[in-house]
Design a protein around this ligand. Structure first.
Ligand code: HAM
Length: 429
């Protein structure tokens, strides 16, 4: 049998209800923070990512789903959302409209990674981007929103890690000194880091290998190389966070795996998730628009992995309820006299349509199984009420309405049942 590709997930009911809940929550919060949705294509020209995410990053070197289309164009399934958003922003001249632009997106991303819990080859990201604001208040706005999302999902004990990696100017001298330091210690570094010294030395700082960690502990810190503007931005950012009472940890080794970042980078982790515990990752990218041939449009944002957030929610204080109960279920007795039960069935089916037209969610059993099986079906669907078409009641032009929650059962005249159920469920409207 053909199976889904490795690293992808089929999301089945009732799990889909959790997704719908999370999406609704993210849309509601987007509105609270005044972000508007943007939708970009799932594939882009490969060059978009090589130029921005960076030739030497893991994403570009190892993880992109790249293919040539029938017209010979080199395309890539988007591994992330920031570069596409900035591309679309420039392409449609949004930089000449009111700034800052506050955009959010929600959709699948693709990375050829080694799959494990919380890490997939197709995964869903929700992200926000503020374009056109160099202000550290915008950094805090997105950081605070990331924290708020975790809070709303009942994830206690998240940790916010922040760092600054300066701008290309202050990084120039830093990079030289870092390379020199790392070259002196090269024999203690893992093979990946040895090659990173020349290609992407900053990435050595966040290597998880314990031997590399020992080396990087005493490495020069970018904090000692910041230019006046980057220093001021960094200090203001911390002051605003403190004034909001937000706890944070400065992690000088946090550099993140995408080359477009400047100044602020941050991650929000939730340790109970284990190895893949970063739920939110983001930062500032003031040079990205220019890298794409646009004008100087500073930007800051974050993205979160929705699968990880749902895994966390399941383990958290306030797991999302996956059930999606219906209001009522119509049960029809299966009689000896087929003509008679056909009548009941048709009448029951008509009532189903009337209830649905009134906005009441309901269902029935098209397989005409035993009453017991139908009651079970009603239970599985989480119905609050069952409407039972029994032979005896039906001969008296009535049906029984049973409250599954309170246990009562009442006979109601067929002509009044719609009004009765509407009254019960919609409160008499
Ligand atoms: P990122 O750190 O590569 O940043 O991804 C952001 C989040 O997406 C991660 O923290 C994680 O929750 C989730 N994620 C990443 N890869 C996977 C995967 N293979 N499976 C499941 N979840 C994953 C970015 O993508 C940047 N574009 C974020 C950003 C927006 N920076 C500024 N604006």
């Amino acid at each position: 049998m053909i199976k889904a590709p490795r690293g992808t997930n089929d999301i089945l009911p009732p799990e889909t209800n959790k997704w719908a809940y999370l999406e609704a929550l993210l849309r509601r919060l987007s509105n609270t923070y005044n972000f508007q949705e943007i939708r970009t294509p799932i594939f882009e020209y490969t060059e978009l990512f090589t130029r921005t995410v960076g030739e030497t990053t893991d994403i570009v070197q190892k993880e992109m789903y790249t293919f040539e289309d029938k017209g010979g164009r080199l395309l890539t399934l988007r591994p992330e959302g920031t570069a596409p958003v900035v591309r679309a922003f420039l392409e449609h001249g949004l930089d000449s409209k009111a700034l800052p632009a506050k955009l959010f997106y929600l959709g699948p991303m693709f990375r050829y990674e080694k799959p494990q819990a919380g890490r997939y080859r197709q995964f869903m990201q929700y992200g926000v981007e503020i374009l056109g604001s160099p202000s550290p208040y915008s950094d805090v706005e997105v950081i605070q929103m990331g924290v708020k999302i975790a809070e709303e999902l009942g994830l206690l004990g998240t940790t916010l890690f922040i760092n600054t990696i300066g701008c290309p100017e202050c990084r120039k001298e830093y990079r030289e000194d870092l390379v020199e330091y790392l070259k002196d210690q090269i024999s203690d570094l893992c093979p990946d880091c040895r090659s990173r010294i020349d290609t992407n030395p900053l990435r050595v700082l966040d290597c998880k290998n314990p031997e590399c960690r020992k080396v990087t502990q005493d490495a020069p810190s970018v904090h000692d190389y910041l230019c006046d503007e980057c220093e001021a931005h960094w200090e203001t950012l911390k002051t605003i966070l403190t004034s909001l009472g937000m706890e944070y940890t400065v992690d000088p080794t946090l550099v993140r795996g995408l080359d477009y970042y400047t100044r602020t980078v941050f991650e929000i982790k939730w340790p109970p998730l284990g190895a893949q515990d970063t739920i939110v990752g983001g930062g500032r990218y003031d040079g990205l628009a220019e890298q794409l041939g646009g004008s100087h449009i500073p930007g800051v944002g974050f993205a979160l992995g929705m699968e990880r957030l749902l895994l966390a929610s399941d383990k958290g204080e306030k797991p999302i309820d996956a059930t999606c109960p219906i209001d009522c279920f119509i049960v029809v007795a299966v009689g000896e006299d087929d003509g008679f039960s056909d009548d009941m069935y048709i009448r029951g089916f008509q009532l189903l349509q009337d209830l649905r037209s009134s906005g009441i969610s309901c269902d029935f059993d098209p397989l005409r199984r035993s009453m017991r099986a139908q009651m079970k079906h009603a239970d599985r669907a989480g119905a609050q009420y069952t409407i039972i078409f029994g032979e005896e009641e039906f001969r008296n032009s009535a049906v029984s309405v049973r409250s599954m929650k309170h246990g009562w059962q009442k006979q109601i005249a067929l002509d009044h049942v719609l009004g009765f159920v509407k009254g019960e469920i919609l409160g008499g409207t």
